[in-house]
Structure formats: C-alpha cells, structure tokens
Design a protein around this ligand. Structure first.
Ligand SMILES: [Zn+2]
Ligand SMILES: [Zn+2]
Length: 378
C-alpha cells in the first residue's frame, strides 16, 4: 500500500515554516483526535497519519531525510542490530497535550524536558565499497547520556529524598484558565512527574543521566548504499523519568573506489585495451568488486566505448540474494611516443588499408561528399 505524502496529509507546501506547520497540525489534530471521535476508526487512522507526518516534518533532520528519500527514509530491512527504522514513533499524545502545546507557546511557559524521551543521535560512518559488498561489523565509540548508575536514573541521592510535588499535589498536571477555556497542562514545577527531589543525586546533580562514552558493535548489511541510514533502537540518549530512550542513526557514506563506479547494484569499470587487441580480438583479465578476477573475451573489431556485461558480478541487492551486473566499458588506447620503426609499420599498415577496414570513416566521408555535391548543384 502506498503511503500518502506527508505534506499532503497536513495540507502544506514543502516550503512551510514551522509556525504554519504547527497550526496546520493543530487544526487537523483537534478535528480528528480520538477523544473527540470515540469509536471512529477512520478518524483514529487519520489522526495517526497526521501525527506521524507532523513528527517527521517538524524535526529538521527527519524532514531533510524525508525530502531526500521520501518514505524510504524511514523504512528498510529488519534484522541486525535494531534493524532499519520502521517509521518514527506512532504513539499519540492526549488531547490536552495538543492544547497544552497551543497555550504553552502563548504564555511563554514551555514544559521542561523532564518527561521527554531520550534524544536521537546521529553517527556518520564511512565504509569501503568492499565493506558494502560483503557487509561488515564495526565497533563505534560515541558520547551519550546514560541513566545514572548511582541513583538508577531517579535523580535522588536516596529513596526518601523524593517527595510529592506541592504545586500539583503529585498529579503532575495543573489547571489554568485561558480566556473561556480551562486547560489542563503539565505542572511546570515538577515537569509532570508529580515528584520533587529534595536531595539530588551527587553524581548527576538530580538529572538522572550522566555522560558516558559508549562502544557498540554495528552490523552493516551487505548492499548498503551511499546515504543509507541504519537505526539502532534505544541506543540514543537515555529517556528521563522512565521515558523511552532515543535512537542512534548511522548514516553511511561509501569511499569512492579507484577502479569501480557504482549505480545501485551495478558496478562499472573502464578497461583500456590496445589497438592490436581491439582489432584482432583477445581476452583480458578484469578485477571484480568481490576481490576476484574475471576473464573477458574481446571481440575482433571492438570500438572505444563498447560495453560488455558480466551478469551477477555487481553488488548484492539489500535484503535479497540477488546481485547486480558488472558493466565493462572498453576504451581503445591510441599509442603515443612512437619509435621510428613503429611509425613506419603504421604507415605501411595504412597503405594496405581499404574501405572495408574502416566502414565508419568510409560511410561518414561518403555522406560529406554527397552533402557538398548537393550544395554545389544549386
Ligand atoms: Zn544520579
Ligand atoms: Zn508538580
């Protein structure tokens, strides 16, 4: 089933600014929110689409990926370490969260980030074409925030140091009047946790998280391409107050190869041959991207630019057992720096040549002659 374009879902253009995007989202989200349409599965489906589209388009990094790759940016093969992303979170916030966001801006009181899931991290990895051919496991090292080991992420030095929040009486939410509305919003004093820490953990200063350099092994599947993204679920920064951890995205770039060019699963290689081999035919050994070699027959009368196709000698297709082809372009090299003897031999060769040896030239110059003759007649 093809997925609807995120811009169409929200009814905005690609150049939309963040305020217009937000207001388009709010309008639709309020209309289709499940709380307003109980039991209406169509509305719920629509609401999920809206939320997903907004989640991607409101995040500059995800938006850029979407603009470049479309829905493919967030899909890919499973397996391996967390596999590829299967779409960003589809959970939806409560109706009051939408209002809260709405009024939060207006009053300039944004929620603090305490209840938020961990941040996604981006890691750029450069691999060789051979690694992309075979697939590879790589150990990477990166700085992140992990749950504090000293306080188990609670942020409190000891269990008794956590008390109920006075502002919201532990509910995590407070009610406020906005014109005609009474809106419930996240308690700014406790960030919605309903708790206050009276004795903050000394390791993390009550943050519940601490910096750590993390090493993990990443499996890069065979067939990855330039710009492929691999999502490692939960390997981003730790979530706070029990919220979900962020993800780690590995962005793949492939170092260009001195012998091979790649287009999807096909591999291209330019092979120079001599005028002797091109004229009489012969065979040449060419390298393959797998690291092997393949013997290729050159037909007599080969011209510069003629191509030969080696079936199945290209790159593996991602999530498949099939391979692309290797396409060899033969380039006839005209010899340079000739000796006197060589020049004489070539001259002799040329004197022996007839129209049939050079059909291209013969045909061309015949046409040129006709062209001039035609002009002179007038
Ligand atoms: Zn701590
Ligand atoms: Zn509170």
């Amino acid at each position: 089933m093809s997925k609807q374009d995120f811009y169409d879902v929200l009814g905005v253009s690609k150049e939309v600014d963040s305020n217009s995007l937000k207001s388009a989202y709010r309008k639709l989200a309020m209309k289709y929110h499940p709380d307003k349409n109980p039991g209406d599965s169509e509305a719920e489906k629509k609401f999920k689409e809206i939320s997903e589209a907004y989640e991607v388009l409101s995040n500059p990094e995800k938006k850029a990926a979407y603009d470049q790759y479309g829905h493919d940016a967030f899909t890919g093969p499973g397996g391996g370490q967390g596999g590829f992303s299967e779409g960003f979170g589809s959970g939806f916030g409560s109706f009051s969260d939408i209002f809260e966001d709405f009024f939060g801006d207006a009053t300039g009181q944004r929620n603090n980030e305490r209840l938020k899931r961990g941040e996604d991290l981006k890691y750029e990895m450069s691999i060789t074409l051979r690694d992309a051919y075979l697939g590879v496991k790589k150990e990477i090292s990166y700085d992140t925030l992990v749950s504090c080991t000293s306080c188990s992420g609670t942020g409190s030095e000891n269990k008794d140091g956590i008390g109920s929040c006075g502002s919201c009486r532990g509910s995590g939410r407070i009610r406020a009047s906005q014109g005609f509305f009474t809106v419930e919003r996240t308690c700014p004093a406790c960030g919605g946790s309903g708790q206050v820490i009276t004795d903050p953990c000394r390791e993390c200063n009550g943050e519940g998280r601490q910096r750590k350099n993390k090493n993990i092994e990443v499996s890069i599947p065979a067939g990855v391409e330039e710009g492929s993204r691999i999502r490692l679920a939960g390997e981003g920064t730790a979530g706070q107050n029990g919220a979900e951890d962020g993800d780690l995205y590995i962005f793949i770039s492939i170092v260009s190869h001195e012998l091979f060019d790649r287009d999807g699963t096909n591999i291209f290689c330019n092979v120079p041959i001599s005028i002797y081999e091109a004229s009489l035919g012969g065979s040449v050994e060419v390298p393959t991207v797998s690291g092997g070699r393949a013997k290729v027959k050159i037909p007599a009368g080969t011209q510069s630019g003629d191509q030969l196709r080696l079936s199945g000698k290209g790159m593996p297709a991602l999530r498949s057992v099939s391979f692309g082809d290797m396409i060899i372009t033969l380039n006839v090299e005209i010899p340079k720096n000739l000796s006197q003897k060589q020049k004489e031999l070539l001259k002799e060769f040329d004197q022996q040549s007839n129209r049939e040896n050079i059909p291209e030239s013969t045909g061309f110059f015949d046409k040129v002659k006709d062209f001039w003759d035609e002009l002179n007649k007038k």
